[in-house]
Design a protein. Sequence first.
Length: 662
Amino acid sequence: MAKSRPEIYNPGDLDRTRNNLGELSKEEADRMASILGGEVGFEKTDEALKQKYDHLKKVTSSHRPSGKGSGGGSRKAGEPSAAASSEKKQKPHSDAYTGHYNRKKTAKTKPGYFDRIKIDRMAARPEHRVKSRSDLFSAYFSFLIKRKDKVNPDFILEGDTFYYSHIENLETKLKSLLKQLNPGTFKLYINPYYRDILKILISWDLKEMSSILSDLQKSPRNREIRDCGRLCFLIYEPIISLSQVDIKHIYAAVDRLYKVLQLLYSEDPEELVNIKNRYLDVKEKIKIVLKDIAFTCYPLLLKLTGTRFHYYREFMNRKRDLILNYLKIDEDSLVIPPENLQELGKKQYSLNHLKQKLEKEREEQLKKMKREELKRDEKEISNALVLLERIFPESGWSRQNEFPDYYPYFHPLFKFPKGTELIPAEDPLQQVVVLASIIQDLLYGFRSISIVSDHKKEIEKTTDKWHLFIDEMIQKNYNKLLIEYCRNIEKGVDYSTSKFGQKLLTDIYWFKRKFILPFMKFKILYKSETIPLKAPKFHEQVSNFYRTLKALMEEFDNSKERQKLISNYSEPFHFEIKNITSYRLGKILAKDNIAPTNENLLRYSLMLVSLLDFLINTEASPFYQRNTEEIPVYRYDPVYQGKPLYSVTLIDTEALLKKYQG
């Protein structure tokens, strides 16, 4: 008779070990037994449970029914009683106690011990960093010690640079490109397949991803794998949605978008540079996100899906249905390549069609602009120049198109910021700076005007920010570039032809064109970086202000109830602090017997704003009749071989004006 195996394990030990190991095949169990060794035996009997079982046997034997039921009648031998039959129906059958707990069977399969070790070893590799080395070591003893399946704190702490920043960069840059395309053009010139790809590439929920990552980073230690479940879902949902698409098709979709934008912005060289930079960033991030990050984070997805160990490609291909189920992605929502890629061309208009359409639109726009320019009252422009010459006699406004030097006359009055003296008389920017300063003086009086029409908000917005043109755009940006250029010229005249000199000069040209002189044309000497200044374009600000102020005065002239537009239009204009422009305007109005009212302050201000708008926003203005290359970049003295001239002989303007006060 074979010797029985000893009872050497405590009750429940075997069951706990099985749960820790997971599902083991016979081969895995044999392999583990050969590695670990040990004695084979049963669990000890639980004495408390044994006593209950013995007591139950006594109770059932003492209450076993005889051949006759208590209610009379008889039954055949071997036939169960009604009570027993009923009890049998009501209570499920349970096996007798066998010395260990029955193993619970669940529908969800758990990866076996060796699979878990393989997964954790992969997750701990430097390119993944999902698991730490210490957690990997403890995983080898998971069959003995129950442990938490923890995530590597570095995977959370370094998540911003490890994966989030790349996804954010891809989505934000691509979104900014798509925003430059109106929905109609997007639909007409980009086929449905490419549109679906581009939409998926901007579908990451960055706000939620950032929020979850921030919460995890508050306490990254002792975080379990399941705590990163939602983060994993947000990372992989768009990636898996494009998993059936060849990356070449994704690049092709972005290329198509870029080509359309190139045509749309062909008249704006600076914006083309900006678009190209973002386009190149997007193409770079596509590979990083869809290839590198998808591979980097895959052990996290592998563990969360609860499957056996698989290498990356095998996992993505063989467990596709499991991944879709976990991410709750419908098969129909996946982007599937069309069978015939050549048919895609029939579902979008050609780029040549777009080019012809844009050329036609630009011709019509140019004709419209010319018609509007002709409508501009030439007498209004002439009157504005006459007004300026009367306010500031002998200043040179009567011969404005000859580009006289305004700096010696106006600097004593306005105290222009350092560097403005370097702007030469031939440069239209000098006239813009002077005229903007004159208008600024008049705008101080707008604070006392009670405008109650719909134009109030826009006018107040402009008057409050007008000073930023001189204080920010000129002083802190343009003059800074000009001073830097001139200092380098002083070190050596050949700087202007050097690589760095041409680059800085190109930055100066770009700045003027982008913010001040929109029709300025010049040769691109060197590829320039995007101007960092984030400020409203002054030429647009002037144009909007002119249209708003003009609309207000037209409504005012046509209204029978003028006080509903400007409640105090007939009151004298008021300046809390008088300035030279308001003082001189008051003298001229008094001489002409014109009341110095708020209404007249608005009219004369409109006259000067109209002049400024004409000069900078009309291609036919004197500002754009010369080649940029013919205009000096800075004020210089020919005697000193073109070196910058910082000292300018000023006029005693105050003494000059006193002669005209009579």
